[in-house]
Write a protein that binds this ligand. Sequence first.
Ligand SMILES: Nc1ncnc2c1ncn2[C@@H]1O[C@H](COP(=O)(O)OP(=O)(O)O)[C@@H](O)[C@H]1O
Ligand SMILES: [Mg+2]
Length: 260
Amino acid sequence: MVTNPISNAEPKMRARDVSVYYGTKKAIDAVSIDIPTEYVTAFIGPSGCGKSTFLRTLNRMNDTIASARVEGRIELDGEDIYESGMDVVQLRARVGMVFQKPNPFPKSIYENVAYGPRIHGFAEGKADLDAVVERSLRRAGLWEEVKDRLEDSGTALSGGQQQRLCIARAIAVEPEVILMDEPCSALDPIATAKIEELIDELRGRYAIVIVTHSMQQAARVSQRTAFFHLGHMVEYGETSQIFTTPRETRTQDYITGRYG
Ligand SMILES: Nc1ncnc2c1ncn2[C@@H]1O[C@H](COP(=O)(O)OP(=O)(O)O)[C@@H](O)[C@H]1O
Ligand SMILES: [Mg+2]
């Protein structure tokens, strides 16, 4: 079983024998992995190998896909997130998600960030909410660019700014884990570099999991890398080890560009 060969610390999230089906088709086969906090974990592998499917199991986003069925166990701080008593709205605040295409609400910059804290009761009154909005935008590296136009629409920002706004929105509800599914794939190289810097600044506070099809990006931003192939997690280890001395032939073939 490939779980966490690196650290003896309690993992933030723990997956055991997780399989995912779409109808009768198995997309993920018995994946077990420990996700540490204060690190960036990258999921890499060829298109269609199940990276997004597995990522979505970590905050039950697959619940929104009618044909999807998840087997196995996933824990957040030791608690089974698929148990019947789990509040999924609460779960998705604790395990936030940033998507491939920036998806701000069609509302003001301020509202994009304020919405979550307001409905989750993280702020009492206007001054409190203002402070949460400012802190989240600062942490997402966007405050200086938007502080004078908080009432402008979030959708009027550039792509890179929109993605940082989505990160600010996720941060605003004080998550413990942030899942990012190819967060830079719609961005230019400069906006991508900004997001990568930001991920590095954020990692001390959260467990971050990033799906990326770019091995260079995985090498730049992550400390742990899991390689997926055809629904299996083939290998998981320290990023430098995966890229220099992979244990599995399939990992070796992938990182040397033999397929994918
Ligand atoms: N909503 C869905 N319905 C049916 N099949 C899906 C759905 N999403 C993904 N799949 C299938 O599951 C497999 C894994 O897909 P995905 O998790 O998107 O891979 P990746 O993110 O690594 O590119 C693929 O064969 C894909 O076609
Ligand atoms: Mg994907």
